[in-house]
Design a protein around this ligand. Structure first.
Ligand code: SF4
Ligand code: F3S
Ligand code: FES
Length: 254
């Protein structure tokens, strides 16, 4: 039977054991100045599984290959700049823990789909932001400036609460098979941001936004596949918001 002294020694040894494991990052690299084709490249790093995929990418960039290119800013799930395909699923690298994605196998990391890859994990976001701008993502009111804040009941605020959470990461739009097809579809993120204002009782441009989304590339192209809802790192019920916009278009009630 182990003595109390042995137990303590074991506990100390255990607490001093390195938390690091060896993980393979398999990254889809693309550099238009070198080749027209993308290639997969493996990197082996030592990392604590409690760290995030973004930490792994930093280790590679800072210690192994400074040419690795990706976007990130806040590192805390707020700025929306590091959406990428990790093990075939759109996620934020800064919100994905290594331990949660089976580090015993190579972790595949590639750019999000449906947008032109500029370099490695960086895509051209302009078509995405153009669709966002097209739905007028700002409050529109008529008349004179009020002398006090525009009041709104808690119930009215609740109607668009979910869609205020969007961080414009594009995980939804770039996981949508309709968007992959031709990139002309407005995409779920633009519709989510239209929803945020259409259902805001203080806004007066709901009709205008609905007409914009009544376009051949608007909400009717959604096939309710739910990829967008599954991909959203903010947990927004994206497909539900799209359905609400469709219903508002039919009933003209919003
Ligand atoms: Fe990202 Fe979700 Fe906004 Fe889509 S709805 S852009 S997935 S935060
Ligand atoms: Fe695409 Fe989402 Fe509709 S994935 S088809 S926008 S439900
Ligand atoms: Fe800002 Fe991930 S770096 S959301």
């Amino acid at each position: 039977m182990a003595t109390p002294v042995m137990d303590k020694a074991e506990a100390v040894a255990k607490s001093q054991a390195s938390p690091y494991i060896t993980v393979t990052f398999r990254i889809r690299r693309f550099n238009p100045e070198v080749s027209d084709a993308a290639v997969w490249e493996d990197f082996q790093i030592e990392i604590d599984p409690k760290e995030r995929v973004l930490d792994g990418l930093h280790k590679i960039k800072w210690d192994v290959d400074g040419t690795l290119t990706f976007r990130r800013s806040c590192a805390h799930g707020i700025c929306g700049s590091d959406a990428m395909r990790i093990n075939g699923k759109n996620r934020l690298a800064c919100k994905t823990l290594i331990k949660d994605i089976n580090p015993e196998k190579p972790i595949t990391v590639e750019a999000i789909k449906g947008l032109t890859v500029l370099k490695d994990l960086v895509v051209d976001m302009e078509p995405f932001f153009q669709a966002y701008r097209d739905v007028m993502p700002f409050l529109v009111t008529k008349g004179n400036e009020p002398t006090r804040e525009r009041l709104q009941s808690a119930e009215d605020r609740e109607r668009f609460d979910d869609t205020t959470k969007c961080i414009l990461c594009a995980a939804c739009t770039s996981s949508c098979p309709v968007f992959w097809n031709d990139g002309q579809y407005f995409g779920p993120a633009a519709i989510v941001n239209a929803h945020r204002f259409i259902f805001d009782s203080r806004d007066e441009a709901g009709e205008q936004r609905l007409e914009i989304l009544n376009d051949k590339d608007g909400v009717w192209r959604c096939r309710t596949t739910f990829n967008c809802t599954d991909a959203c790192p903010r947990g927004i019920e994206v497909t539900k918001a799209i359905q609400e916009v469709k219903r508002a278009l039919i009933t003209r009630r919003f």
